[in-house]
Design a protein around this ligand. Structure first.
Ligand code: NDP
Length: 485
């Protein structure tokens, strides 16, 4: 029997698909055909209750398993995802509009990497022993309990796994709410985890808008919330979590600098700027959208960038030769077009792009602005679309100060062949995720996350374990108790 890729219902709770058509309908629109490809229903209070109750019930037994046993489930899920990568990538492409060329290598595979990595780590999670004379302290690394994950729409499969894998490895249960814009792929992550042996209730998915996220994180059974989203949403979710003193991870927006010195390899620098602005049609949180180019190579940089943009191939994202897809929906297209108009109005020089393509789908041309100054709206606000701004600079001290002159602090990159300067620059960047002579790689082995308004906590790497567990400290006395009276 052929593998059925379309999720069977709106929610996945307690090991099974669950439907409740009493919830608000959410139409899933294909960004290419602009037609409805699926319909899910927002979680009703009854669905939210089922999901939280089943997670709470399942978590204790899951945490009592050995880490190796839990890890085996995650690694099995990784293998299943890899086996079905093609089908899962097609689903992701239909949901987000991202080219299959990208989703085949960056979405389900990245989820599999996270499940494999944290599956491997699960058996190695330990506490410590601290000798204090004859007495000693030992620490137990304990799960937090029920964790809520809330996702953005740009990397739906990846986000569902980047949150789920470390949470489950540490012995937590998760209730995940995808973005209403891209609700399909997280359901497949849940289904596959269950197939791989995750007990019912350990990873539940419920659909809905912000209100559903809010209902989840105000429930007293919830110990932690991990959000991937914008800064305004982050503020609300963080404040709500604070009322219950809940643990948080906040993966929020950015306006990251990419600094290109005149001694850089020009071809690599242009490649980095393309990766950091046009991959996923620019809908990537860590994008280096403020491209600072040293004056001496500005013209050569812009010329080579314009040349390489000739190789953009737009079209049906399911065609594997297509390398540039539409924006996720009409609303995002509107937002990005608004920023382009603002850039022109404020005096930036439009080098190329800027227009919506005359075809079905939310296609917007890759857009490059030059002569952008630090105070322009396009240099200050997160655009979340294919808009690259080139800003000129003279020297290292000046550019570092300007690079850091933002409230965001997600990522930063530098291209130079001067080793000392490269390390000075990254030491000075006020950003959580930095790059030297490359941009936007996010392997599971490396911590990922932001400083300043871009977030709190880190995803991926051993670091994520600290955000999904807490240490219990146990003092053991080997001697008589000395009391003052
Ligand atoms: P939003 O902030 O609009 O939404 C993020 C998620 O939060 C959605 O699932 C949304 O639900 C939900 N939500 C909204 N309001 C609330 C609330 N009050 N309580 C609980 N949940 C709520 O972000 P987008 O989906 O538009 O994603 C784009 C943003 O995500 C960009 O700013 C981007 O930079 C950021 N991002 C950050 C990443 C990182 O790792 N740092 C990675 C990827 C994206 P719904 O939308 O369904 O109503």
């Amino acid at each position: 029997m052929a593998y059925e890729i379309q999720p069977k219902a709106s929610h996945f709770i307690d090991g099974a698909y669950v439907e409740d058509t009493a919830g608000t309908p959410i139409r899933v629109i294909c960004p290419v055909s602009e037609e409805e490809i699926a319909r899910v229903y927002a979680a009703t209070p009854a669905i939210i209750e089922q999901a939280l109750a089943s997670a709470k019930r399942a978590q204790v037994a899951w945490a009592a398993m050995t880490g190796t046993e839990r890890g085996r489930v995650l690694r099995r899920a990784a293998d299943i995802i890899r086996d079905r990568n093609y089908d899962l990538s097609v689903l992701e492409t239909n949901d987000t509009g991202k080219p299959l060329q990208e989703t085949l290598v960056a979405d389900a595979t990245s989820a599999a990497d996270a499940l494999e990595y944290f599956g491997g780590l699960a058996g190695a999670l330990t506490g410590e022993h601290v000798q204090l004379g004859e007495d000693f302290v030992y620490t137990r690394r304990e799960a937090l309990g029920v964790c809520v994950g809330i996702g953005a729409w740009n990397y739906p499969t990846q986000i569902a796994a980047w949150k789920g894998a470390p949470a489950l490895a540490c012995g937590n249960a998760m209730v995940f709410k995808p973005s209403e814009t891209t609700p399909l792929c997280a359901l497949k992550v849940a289904e596959i985890l269950h197939e791989a042996g995750a007990p019912a209730g350990i990873y539940n998915v419920v659909q809905g808008m912000g209100e559903v996220g809010h209902a989840l994180i105000t429930d007293p059974r919830v110990a932690k919330v991990s959000l991937t989203g914008s800064v305004p949403t982050g503020r609300k979710v963080y404040a709500t979590a604070a009322e219950g003193i809940r643990h948080v991870t906040m993966e929020l927006g950015g306006k990251s600098p990419l600094v290109i010195f005149d001694d850089a390899d020009l071809e690599d620098a242009v490649g980095g700027a393309i990766l950091g602005n046009f991959y996923s049609s620019g809908q990537v949180c860590s994008n280096g959208t403020r491209v600072f180019v040293q004056k001496g190579i500005k013209d050569a940089f812009l010329k080579r960038l314009a040349d390489r943009l000739q190789d953009v191939k737009m079209g049906d994202p399911l065609d594997e030769s297509v390398n540039f897809g539409p924006l996720v929906n009409a609303k995002q297209l509107d937002i990005v077009q608004g920023f382009i108009a603002k850039g022109i109005e404020e005096g930036a020089r439009l080098v190329c792009g800027g227009e919506r393509e005359k075809r079905a789908g939310y296609f917007l041309q890759p857009t490059v602005f030059a002569d952008v100054s630090d105070d322009m709206t396009i240099a200050r606000d997160e655009i979340f679309g294919p808009v690259l701004s080139v800003l000129d600079f003279e020297d290292e001290v000046e550019v570092l100060a300007r690079a850091n002159n933002t409230d965001f602090g997600l990522a930063a990159g530098v291209f130079t062949n001067d080793l000392g300067r490269a390390h000075r620059m990254v030491a000075g960047f006020e950003a959580g995720t930095c790059y030297i002579n490359t941009y936007n790689l996010a392997p599971v082995e490396a911590p990922f996350g932001g400083s300043k308004l871009s977030g709190v906590g880190r995803e991926n790497s051993k670091n994520a374990v600290d955000h999904y567990s807490e240490m219990k400290s146990v003092y053991v006395s080997m001697t008589a108790v000395e009391a003052p009276f």
